[in-house]
Ligand binder design. Sequence first.
Ligand code: UFG
Length: 336
Amino acid sequence: MAVLVSGASGFIGSHTCVELLNVGEDVIGFDNFYNSKDDIPKKIEKLTGKSLKFYKADMCVKADIHKIFTENEIDSVIHFAGYKAVGESVAKPLMYYGNNIDGTVVLLEAMKEFGCDRFVFSSSATVYKFPAVSPAIKEDFELTATNHPYGTTKMIIENICRDVSISDDKFACALLRYFNPVGAHDSGVIGENPNGIPNNLMPIVLKAVTGQLPSMTVFGNDYPTPDGTCIRDYLHVVDLAKAHVAALNKVREEGFSGCAEYNLGTGKGTSVLELLTAFEKVNGLKIPYIIGKRRPGDAAEYYAVPEKAEQELGWRAELNIEDMCKSAYDFAVKNA
Ligand code: UFG
C-alpha cells in the first residue's frame, strides 16, 4: 500500500518524501509545479537512492486525481498542496479559496470513492486566534477564521476534515499545525525556493545575504519582548518532515479514527534579532538589515506547546536554531 503526497515537490512536501522513502514507505507524489521546480522529484530519488513515482497533476482537476488513484493502491494521503502566501491571499482571495478548498474537496472525494480513509493535513498555527490567552499555544486554544484568506483556507479545511470524520467513522485524520518551518536538508540539495518575492523571514534573510536584496528590514523593535522584536517558534524542516512520518503511523493505527490536532514546533521561542544573530554567528557573516516599522497583524510572541505530539505521535523536534540557519544558508549558496 502506498502513501500519496500532494504538493510533493514543495518545501515541506519534498523533505517529507525523503523521510518517507528513508523509512521504506512506498511513495506516490504529485505536484503542478506552481511554486516548485520540476527537477525536485529526481533530486529526492538521488538523495534517497529510492524510486519515487511522480505525477504532474493538479488537485483541482478530478481526472488528474482519479488517474492517480486508479493506477495505484493508495491507503493514505499526506496533503500539502495549496497556495501559501499571506499577502497574495489578501489580494486574490478567490484564487486561494478556489484552489485550496476545491482541490482538497476533490482529493477527499477521490479518497472516499477509492476507499482510502487515512489523511494527514498540512495546517498552520495561523488557525489560532491572536493574541491568545498565553504565548504558549495549546491545541485547545480558541481558533479564528478571519486573519487572512490563506489562514481561513486552513481553518475551513480543518473544519471540512472534522465534518468528514463525523460522517464517516472510518476516517482517520491528523491536522498538523506548523509553527515556523525553516532550514533545509543537510545535503543542500533541497530547501525552500519560493518563486517571486518571499514574505517569510528566513527566505528574506537568504536573499539579503546572497545579494539578491540590498538589505532587509526587521519589522519593529518596540514589542513587549526582551529585545523588542517578535518571538516565534522556528522549526527545522527535517524535524517537521519526520513529524509527518509519525502522523502517518498514527492515522494508520488500528482503532484510531476521527480528527486529531497537533502543534508542531520546538516549544522554544526565538526573537527576530536572536535568529539574525545566530545566523551571522553560525555562517560567519553579517546580514545587512535595518530596523523598520511593525508589520500590521504580527503578534508579539507565540510558540508551540508540543507535548501532545510528543505523547501521541512519539515525535519531538531535535534540531536547533543554529542547525536551521546553517542548513538554510548552505542550500541558498548551493542554489543561488
Ligand atoms: N519579519 C521581519 N522582516 C521580514 C519578514 C519577517 O522582521 O522581512 C519578522 C515578522 O515580523 C515576524 C517574524 O519575522 O515577527 C516571522 O515572520 P514570518 O513572516 O516568517 O512568519 P509569521 O510568523 O508571520 O508567519 C507565520 C507563517 C504563515 C502564517 C502566519 C500567520 O509563516 O504561514 O504565521 O500570521 F500564515
